[in-house]
Design a protein around this ligand. Structure first.
Ligand code: TRP
Length: 338
């Protein structure tokens, strides 16, 4: 390491997941697994985006349970709370405050063009509320509050990170350098785990939307059953082809991510074998991959005092950083100092 980088402060990495459903194998392979172990290089902030969930109607008791579960699962997946800042978005009031300000710097036209808004308003035609529309301004606040350098997100969130950059650029253009320009970071490996029953669609956190999802808390027998039922094709050949063999390719990606085997090795190992054998092998690899996570999450969930302590400390650390940015923003736009 040269002297400059040794003395330079660490860059920041930040990401969040909405506790709007149960975390899945897709959440782990596509997101959380890529977040962990970055503490050497980055200062890492990972949160439960609970404010974002209520753009769609939630059952309060379920939301509370899933939010706590998500915290336990973050830790069980390997995000060490001593080395990463883990917190609930709703515990850090600066998110809502900067979110409001940025609403005033996000244009109606820009927000109207967001694919997620269009999709979600089609799906929730009876509840197209203002929050659903201004969601990306809150997400921009999440990111810009921490002056994040890198934002690991799935493909579907790239547009929101780009809008965040546009908002930051607009704000900086008026007031000077207030916000750091964030970069989306889309991991190549395991970026997109698809539903086991519909390999055209990303694995969803909600069971209604995706009966082919594997959650982090699923028991081994449930996991085996889900893989047994996974949609494949009629060719009966384990070959990676995302055009014509979406189901098998998805299973191969999962198997590769779970075992570390290359796609080529997998193809070789299953020459002449049927899909039944292959699905069983994939299922077993996932059972072993998720077993320690489920066990540790279950153990942590029994220790509410510990979880409480982790999220209180996380919120305090997050709030310290967030407040600095918020204060600067309030001053720049012309609010009287408190
Ligand atoms: N919108 C993201 C999603 O639906 C969740 C999210 C909210 C997020 N705020 C964020 C992700 C900030 C990254 C950074 O998945």
């Amino acid at each position: 390491m040269n002297e400059v980088s040794a003395s330079a402060p660490k860059k920041r990495m930040l990401s969040g997941i909405k506790p709007s459903g149960d975390l899945t194998l897709g959440s782990y392979l596509g997101a959380i697994r890529n977040w962990k172990g970055r503490e050497e290089e980055f200062e890492c902030f990972y949160f439960m985006a609970d404010l974002h969930t209520i753009t769609v109607r939630q059952n309060p008791a379920d939301l509370r349970r899933r939010s706590l579960e998500q915290l336990a699962q973050y830790i069980a997946c390997g995000l060490d709370p001593e080395k990463n800042v883990l917190f609930f978005q709703s515990h850090v009031h600066q998110h809502a405050e900067l979110g409001w300000v940025l609403n005033c710097y996000a244009m109606f036209g820009e927000l109207s063009r967001m694919t997620q808004f269009k999709d979600k308003s089609a799906k929730n035609a009876d509840n197209i509320n203002g929050g659903l529309f201004t969601y990306p301004a809150l997400m921009a606040a999440d990111i810009l509050l921490y002056q994040a350098d890198l934002v690991p997100v799935g493909d579907d969130q790239k547009q929101h990170v780009e809008l965040t950059r546009d908002i930051a650029k607009r704000f900086n253009g008026i007031y000077g350098d207030v916000f750091k320009m964030p970069e989306p970071y889309i991991p190549k490996v395991g970026a997109r785990i698809m539903s086991l029953v519909n390999p055209e669609a990303k694995m969803s956190k909600s069971e209604d939307e995706d009966p082919g999802r594997v959650t982090l808390m699923d028991k081994p027998e449930d996991i085996m059953r889900l893989f047994k039922r996974a949609v494949t094709d009629s060719e009966s050949c384990v070959r990676f082809d995302t055009e014509n063999k979406k189901g098998i390719s998805n299973l191969m990606s999962i198997y590769s991510a779970a075992t570390g085997l290359s796609l080529e090795q997998i193809e070789n190992d299953f020459v002449g074998k049927g899909y039944g054998d292959f699905k069983k092998a994939v299922g077993e690899s996932v059972v072993e991959l998720l077993r320690p996570i489920r066990e540790e999450a279950t153990r942590l969930l029994a220790d509410k005092a510990y979880l409480q302590k982790v999220c209180a400390e996380g919120a305090q650390k997050a709030s310290y950083v967030a407040e600095k940015t918020l204060r600067k923003v309030y001053k720049k736009v012309g609010f009287v100092a408190r």
